[in-house]
Design a protein around this ligand. Sequence first.
Ligand code: CTP
Ligand code: MG
Length: 181
Amino acid sequence: MAILETVVIAFWAMLPAYVPNNAAVLAGGGRPIDGGRTWGDRRVLGDGKTWRGTAMGTLAGVALAAVLTVIEPTVSDALGFAVPSFEPLAALGLAGGAMLGDILASFLKRRSGRQRGAMFPGLDQLDFVVVSLPLTALLATEWFQTWFTLEVILVVVVLTPILHVTTNVIAYKLGLKNEPW
Ligand code: CTP
Ligand code: MG
């Protein structure tokens, strides 16, 4: 598989996992998932993880997967190679897994004494990959095996932190996010 082809497939396949966090930033707010509860003297998750943000983020990722699936034949045709269409369970695994990974990251941040918004290099950039890929493999095994080859996974692990840093700096400059990470 040509490298450019692998990069395009990796990016396309991960779009439903990339969008939820950004959608959550725009749609977040309201009641925090942990309901304000603490564990020890620290919040379980913090005010940055809300029900609305999580639901809207997951919904945005699944909706994007549906749109990509509709345009997939046209795009594959134009590119000259096939990009994935998304089974419903694959879409749910990617989008829901991204949100779960982000929540898990906040849990780990709070346990390690980091305040809301604190930086956690590495975790911040890859939290959603770490959960969305295994969850998708679990929910849509055949689909996952077809598209997430070792090469694609490698590209995802390299590409994701770069995209994450770039989009967060842009969101910060636009005033959408409080911190550039
Ligand atoms: N957000 C949300 N629900 C989520 C994820 C994000 O409502 N499940 C919203 C919150 O308004 C949050 C913003 O998106 O403040 C930015 O997300 P993120 O950077 O993940 O949260 P932080 O506020 O930085 O908190 P944390 O330190 O826990 O990551
Ligand atoms: Mg943050």
